[in-house]
Ligand binder design. Structure first.
Ligand SMILES: [Mg+2]
Length: 425
């Protein structure tokens, strides 16, 4: 980790465009997963889908026509899914239900099928009981509590309680010095998404890290490694209505990492990085896929995951990275077993994994432009231009080559059914 790779200038535009914009929410209504009574083995799936949302199912608020056709193939006459399906978005500034609601034009989707960049935080149970400082915007406390955190405090609350700390904006400095009693000590920091008033968030997070959770105290040399930092959605930029990409949460993280390094001479460390392309996100998605299969009493193991997305640097890179991990584990003959670590464990609690492969399927309805290929010559990519992925990820040309390229999500479903010899109806 810690190294950066490069893209050539040909890939640059592609990459620029690819810097994520998974800002959509999905809303959801409930779908029941009653068992289906099938007489043929071929109707039972041994695979599952991970669908990206923006650029695959919708563009902005507009549904992509192919998505409706695809979904007609994915459900039976009662509207039940025939295959385990999870919707994986890097959005993080709203609740799952809101995202599910945004997909309600397609069909009834349960919020249990929607994965936001922060969803894996549910697994980090050992952080849930203690006070956590949360950074971002939107309904932060609701999101944190929904994920299981019992004592979240926001940057705004911390600022109110410690009015001397936020001194950049002259107009916001306290006029009267009062000493507020502050009884919360953050034991960890969760970065949900980009905040507003970056100087305030940067200052207060640095204060908390350099004082081990006592931001009114002087900085101490001994506070390293710092208290745990968990971060969601490391997308550097995203594409909105403006002509050029906009700052994403990854840009905020670059600031925080570099300020920390400049002040202390040491690396800011992440206890966990979540959201595509991180492995944790795919592990959690697989966990949700398996939970669906279990609920439907589908007894065949889910062996292959198909990740359908429009972004080379998040969807394809993430799926391929996870595939390497799965295949390495299969080669070694040991299934990765990340069983529930109820307390004290460093890792998250998820169902044990069984998939052997994660295949990447790229669609052309979103940011990917088939006429603008990423160069596959490694030397080019090392000598030129810039990698926009996170500091702790390395650019690897092999990881941005999709297993399959199809025009749209409907074609993706057809292809996968064909590959899997799956004939549910
Ligand atoms: Mg997308």
């Amino acid at each position: 980790s810690g190294s950066t790779g490069c893209l050539t200038s040909r890939g640059w535009l592609e990459f620029f465009l690819c810097c994520s914009l998974h800002r959509l929410g999905l809303g959801i209504s409930n779908v029941s997963f009653d068992s289906i009574h099938s007489l043929q083995l071929s109707v039972l799936p041994s695979f599952g889908f991970l669908f990206d949302i923006d650029g695959v199912l919708v563009r902005g608020k507009t549904p992509i026509p192919a998505a409706k056709r695809a979904f007609q193939k994915l459900v039976n006459s009662q509207g039940q899914f025939l295959v385990p399906v999870v919707f994986v978005t890097n959005a993080g500034n709203c609740l799952r239900q809101k995202k599910a609601d945004q997909l309600s034009h397609l069909l009834g989707i349960s919020q249990d099928q929607v994965m936001m960049s922060h969803s894996p935080l549910r697994m980090f149970k050992r952080y849930h009981e203690k006070c956590v400082l949360v950074s971002g915007q939107g309904p932060l406390l609701d999101i944190a509590q929904d994920l299981g955190f019992c004592q979240p405090i926001t940057i705004d609350t911390l600022r109110e309680k410690r009015p001397l700390l936020d001194a950049v904006d002259h107009d916001r400095r306290p006029s009267i010095l009062v000493s507020a009693h502050f009884c919360f000590k953050p034991f960890s920091v969760v970065l949900f998404g980009e905040p507003v008033r970056w100087e305030t968030s940067l200052q207060l997070i640095i204060d908390v890290l350099l004082t081990s959770g006592y931001p009114g105290n002087p900085y101490g040399q001994e506070n390293y490694p710092h208290i745990p930092v968990l971060a969601c959605n490391m997308d550097l930029m995203w594409v909105a209505e403006a002509q050029s990409p906009r700052f994403g949460h990854g840009t905020f993280m670059v600031c925080l990492e570099n300020i920390y390094k400049k002040i202390t001479g040491k690396e800011l460390k992440y206890e966990a990085l979540m959201g595509k392309p991180s492995r944790l996100t795919y592990q959690y998605a697989e966990h949700l896929i398996r939970a669906q299969a279990l609920q439907r009493s589908w007894e065949q193991p889910i062996l292959t995951l198909y990740a359908v997305g429009d972004n080379l640097m998040t969807d394809v890179y993430g799926a391929n990275l996870y595939n390497r991990y799965l295949e390495k584990n299969s080669r070694q003959g040991s299934k990765p077993r990340i069983q529930a670590k109820v307390s004290g464990g460093r890792g998250p609690a998820v169902l044990s994994q069984a998939a052997a492969h994660c295949k990447s399927v790229l669609v052309c309805t979103g940011v990917y432009n088939p006429h603008n290929e990423v160069p596959l010559d490694t030397r080019d990519s090392i000598t030129e231009t810039v990698f926009h992925g996170h500091r702790d990820f390395r650019f690897d040309p092999g990881l941005v080559e999709p297993d399959h390229i199809v025009p749209d999500v409907d074609a993706a479903v057809d292809l996968v059914f064909q590959l899997e010899n799956f004939a549910p109806n």
